[in-house]
Design a binder for this molecule. Structure first.
Ligand code: SF4
Ligand code: SF4
Length: 427
């Protein structure tokens, strides 16, 4: 048995089934990401992060746990990673992106909930998610109904904390969220036995802001026409961002960005001149899910921006670093996260405006609204986004899909027809 499998067995995983999950995910990866030409050298680090997310990274966290450092599992980008870090814990995203585990969740949960939740639960129920037994606490939030009700069931089984995220952005809501963030801080301190102090939180804020700057730089590089990197590879970087150690991740991304700057100066791009520039807006595509990105780019278009939680929602807006006392820093953290525009907010004019703004910034010719099945927030909000884009003369296509390959042929036809009718070359 390999060294990694010994670690997984010690965590109580079903090692045989886990091997099958890895083979399934690797096959999907090779058919999508791995099938691309002209990938930058620096992307190999991020491929490696995805590959090791169920191997080397787990071993690293197990070792840290033995040395007293606890892991906190998260399901949403509203959970402030800085606080977890400042409390001497390691935040790790638990979202599942593979179809493999969905049937395992459907044995216990209703079929008509979103694939992201089903994939995540299926990995846990089938004992193939190493982070499940590894984490000392899981943190949910009150974003969508499916999540809220799922937390009630999980809370009876594991150490679970729910952050109350308001659904409006009025002053009272901002205060409610600041309280939720302070409560999270107290919870973390109780878990780790470490008091969050100003120096520690200040350092965590700097680390995460540096990570955000590097991700923003990658986004800026995609403004070039044609961009020096594919949208699929930019997605791989984003997926790695959710599981890797942040300082190491930022250093690797700065190296990749330098390579992409050089490519741009050399006039090299893996993308054909005149490829139609598409933006993805909507639900996240977490590790294991490369379906829609790969269909869009196989149709000859290039994705130049992601308005999603595996895109700009994760990294835009820096935390204000000017506060010098702990209370001010915690409020600065809360306020930055409150600026994220998830479809769970109402009336959410900020998101509608930001989608239109990003179309201009990234010279986008068409928007694919990506909605995971049964995600009512993004599905219904798609109507307002479509109307705002229409008013700005930007074509859009809404795709509602799950993680399975069953609708791939039909989606390919729709995407190809959409890309075909996009006007005027951007090059
Ligand atoms: S879409 Fe909304 S609920 Fe889902 S991860 Fe993003 S912010 Fe969280
Ligand atoms: S994709 Fe939509 S339904 Fe699924 S967890 Fe996120 S917000 Fe909820």
């Amino acid at each position: 048995m390999s060294e990694h499998n010994t670690v997984l067995q010690e965590l109580g995983l079903n090692v045989e089934l886990h091997d099958e999950v890895l083979k399934y995910v690797d096959r999907t990866f090779q058919q999508t990401v791995g099938a691309q030409q002209g990938r930058p050298e620096g992307i190999s680090y991020f491929d490696h992060v995805l590959h090791e997310s169920h191997g080397g990274r787990v071993a690293e966290l197990v070792k840290q746990k033995k040395n007293g450092k606890k892991t906190v599992g998260t399901f949403c980008i509203y959970v402030p990673e800085e606080l977890a870090m400042a409390a001497n814990t390691v935040p790790v995203a638990l979202c599942g992106g593979t179809q493999f585990s969905v049937p395992h969740a459907e044995k216990m949960f209703p079929r008509d909930i979103c694939p992201l939740i089903k994939s995540t639960l299926g990995l846990a129920f089938s004992k193939t998610c190493p982070y499940g037994p590894l984490k000392s606490m899981a943190v949910g939030e009150t974003t969508c109904d499916a999540k809220k009700k799922t937390w009630e069931i999980l809370a009876g089984k594991v150490n679970f904390h729910v952050m109350e995220l308001p659904q409006k952005k009025d002053p009272l809501d901002v205060e409610l969220w600041r309280n939720a963030v302070r409560e999270f801080q107290t919870k973390l301190e109780g878990l780790s036995g470490t008091r969050v102090d100003s120096a520690g939180l200040g350092e965590a804020i700097r680390v995460m802001n540096n990570k955000r700057r590097a991700l923003q730089k990658l986004a800026d590089l995609r403004e070039a026409s044609p961009p020096p990197v594919s949208g699929l590879d930019a997605l791989v970087v984003m997926q790695a961002a959710l599981s890797d150690e942040p300082v190491r991740f930022t250093a690797a991304l700065n190296r990749l960005n330098a390579e992409l700057v050089q490519r741009r100066e050399d006039g090299f791009s893996p993308v054909a001149n005149g490829a139609k520039r598409v933006m993805i807006a909507g639900c996240p595509s977490v590790m294991g899910n490369w379906k829609v990105h790969s269909l869009v780019e196989q149709s000859g278009a290039v994705i130049v921006h992601d308005e999603s939680c595996t895109g700009s929602r994760y990294f835009e807006h820096l935390i204000d670093e000017t506060a010098t006392d702990l209370a001010g820093q915690v409020n600065a953290v809360a306020d930055r996260y409150m600026k994220i525009n998830c479809a769970c907010f109402t009336p959410n004019k900020e998101r509608i405006d930001s989608v239109v703004q990003k179309v201009k910034e990234y010279n986008v010719q068409g928007v694919v609204q990506y909605v995971l099945q049964t995600c009512h927030g993004y599905n219904i909000e798609a109507m307002r986004i479509e109307a705002a884009l229409k008013a700005a003369n930007v074509p859009s296509l809404k795709i509602v899909t799950d993680y399975s390959e069953e609708d791939a042929g039909q989606l390919r036809t729709r995407i190809e027809a959409f890309v075909e009718q996009l006007g005027g070359s951007a090059s």
